[in-house]
Design a binder for this molecule. Structure first.
Ligand SMILES: *[C@@H]1O[C@H](CO)[C@@H](O)[C@H](O)[C@H]1NC(C)=O
Ligand SMILES: *[C@@H]1O[C@H](CO)[C@@H](O)[C@H](O)[C@H]1NC(C)=O
Ligand SMILES: *[C@@H]1O[C@H](CO)[C@@H](O)[C@H](O)[C@H]1NC(C)=O
Ligand SMILES: *[C@@H]1O[C@H](CO)[C@@H](O)[C@H](O)[C@H]1NC(C)=O
Length: 527
């Protein structure tokens, strides 16, 4: 595509702190909590150490007393004062020791303070979510398992290396979802890493158990049998290993009797398990676009241009920097439309309100969360802040569309792996009650990319082969409806998973009503 005047506007991406999945706000909290927790554990250890020191002193004292008493046992027991003191020693004094130094008070106190200390810690669901996000990234961006395990994403080392146990846990999450493709990959990786571990983080048989089973489920019987033999070498008496061994042997024997050749049975396949939609051409194009590949040739690419626009006095000093990305349907980017302070203020306002995003279409008006849209979002209305109102004003001037029927500004934060699979922004005929009639359908979408994304997070149009890279403070605009008010199915688009960093966008959906003069409709269905 032709970049004439706009090359200068491309900004350098600052380092963005990587955040997990959808629970990014909570993750930040847990990082702070980690430090507090360390302090509390230390103070607990100090108290316990004092207690143990005291007990040690008492033990020493008992020992020396016993030794001297034994030296002259008769004299000690014959003297009424020492007899009294001895009895006291074993009654009240001993009780004092018990009450004072043999109590779990410190531990109880510490445990009682835990709920407050660990508030906002990630939950088991967050672990699953983070694991699923990592597996999704591995698929979409075709990341080799061993590189991911080394903490290397696209040649850059981002994180510590994974242990065999870490790989095993990841494989186990895949296993619990019936995803034997990833189970095989990660259990194999766990075995490889385990070989080199000097202090083993996990036992080999438990990995072999999962690996053999997923290998069998992926149709590799001979290999599953081999792995089960390896497992039996480690644990010869394991009942399930024995019965699996017999079962796989039987399957192989029967297959051979039915004319299968050794070579056919001896291959190791690991097909990716995809549902019907994910086997579609559209999904393949979407993933390819996410990786930055070209999926279709645009014959008009050489005509795409950039220009300054000053169609309103507002834009005299700060002209719109328009870059056309596609002619029909029309898709444009406006660079530098947002200011730094707008980004900051909007993030500040939205931060505390972020919660897991739903999708807009349901019969009963609910907003269910799904794994094809993973992000956190918040709505900001013009009445929330003068800045938001002014911001809407700017959108009005940029788009030439009226905003009283538009939705509030939706601020969305996608953490690592956060994505939104291909979808339409407009409501289709069968979703007729999605929007109130005074609004009408979503005529146009304006997406503000508030921040740069280190890697990933492209907006992809699989039908057009268009990919829009998130660039801080720019926005993308397109019309969702044809002039006939029919939905434009070519505008199907997706938010690619965030590979590293986090992605902040603000969506403004502009509706039909009120646009009768600015974008008159047409009776021709093809327009
Ligand atoms: C330990 O806890 C018990 C009950 O809460 C209390 O009666 C006792 O005084 C405490 N002991 C110390 C040494 O703090
Ligand atoms: C294990 O150690 C060997 C020898 O040091 C090395 O060549 C190999 O790459 C290591 N494997 C892994 C997975 O780290
Ligand atoms: C299974 O083990 C046999 C004998 O050790 C070996 O020849 C064969 O290649 C192995 N097959 C697989 C799939 O690992
Ligand atoms: C808004 O109108 C001006 C002038 O009429 C035009 O130059 C500009 O391209 C329009 N903007 C959009 C987004 O259609």
């Amino acid at each position: 595509m032709v970049l004439t005047t706009l090359l200068l506007f491309l900004s350098v991406s600052p380092l963005v702190k990587p955040e997990m999945f959808t629970a990014l706000v909570h993750m930040e909290k847990s990082i702070h909590a980690e430090k507090r927790l360390a302090k509390e554990i230390r103070s607990y250890v100090t108290k316990e150490r004092e207690r143990l020191n005291e007990l040690e002193r008492i033990a020493n004292e008992y020992e020396s007393h016993a030794e001297s008493a034994m030296g002259d046992m008769h004299a000690t027991l014959a003297n009424p004062v020492s007899a009294f003191l001895l009895v006291k020693r074993f009654t009240t004094d001993w009780n004092d020791v018990l009450n004072k130094y043999m109590t779990p008070n410190n531990t109880n106190q510490f445990i009682a303070s835990l709920p407050q200390l660990t508030e906002g810690f990630p939950s088991p669901e967050d672990l699953d979510g983070a694991a699923v996000a990592l597996l999704r990234l591995q698929d979409t961006y075709v990341l080799p398992t061993d590189k991911v395990a080394k903490g290397e994403i696209k040649g850059v080392r981002y994180s510590p290396k994974m242990t065999a146990q870490d790989c095993f846990q990841l494989g186990k999450v895949a296993y619990s979802q019936g995803d034997y493709y990833h189970t095989m990959l990660w259990m194999k990786e766990a075995l490889t890493i385990l070989e080199n571990e000097t202090s083993k983080t996990i036992e080999k048989p438990i990995i072999l158990d999962y690996l053999a089973y997923s290998t069998y489920m992926q149709g590799n019987w001979i290999h599953a049998l081999n792995l089960t033999k390896e497992w039996l070498n480690e644990e010869p008496n394991h009942v399930r290993a024995q019965s699996n061994h017999d079962y796989y042997s039987k399957l192989i024997r029967e297959a051979k009797e039915n004319g299968k050749k050794d070579e056919e049975l001896d291959v190791v396949n690991n097909p990716r398990q995809l549902d019907e939609y994910r086997q579609s051409e559209e999904f393949a194009k979407y993933e390819a676009l996410c990786r930055g590949e070209e999926t279709q040739v645009y014959p008009l690419a050489h005509k795409l241009t950039c220009q300054y626009k000053r169609h309103h006095p507002y834009f005299i000093l700060r002209p719109l920097k328009e870059e056309i990305m596609y002619f029909d349907p029309w898709i444009a980017i406006y660079h530098d439309l947002m200011t730094e302070s707008e980004v900051k203020r909007i993030q500040e306002m939205a931060g505390p309100r972020l919660h897991r995003s739903g999708v807009f279409v349901t019969e009963d008006n609910k907003s269910p969360t799904t794994n094809y849209r993973t992000s956190q979002s918040a709505w900001l209305s013009d009445n929330d802040d003068p800045l938001i109102r002014a911001f809407s004003g700017k959108i009005h001037l940029m788009s030439n569309l009226t905003l009283p029927t538009a939705e509030h500004l939706q601020v969305v934060n996608y953490g690592i792996g956060g994505h939104y699979e291909p979808h339409f922004d407009f409501a289709r005929k069968r979703e007729i009650n999605t929007f109130e009639s005074w609004r009408g359908n979503r005529i146009a979408t304006v997406i503000f990319y508030m921040t740069d994304v280190e890697a990933g997070g492209v907006t992809a149009f699989p039908n057009l082969g268009v990919k829009l890279y998130p660039e801080a403070r720019s926005c993308a605009v397109w019309y969702n409806l044809m002039k006939s008010t029919e939905g434009d199915y070519r505008t199907r688009h997706a938010g690619c998973p965030v590979l590293t960093g986090s992605k902040w966008v603000a969506n403004k959906w502009i509706h039909e009503r009120g646009q009768e003069f600015t974008r008159p409709c047409s009776l021709k269905p093809e327009e």
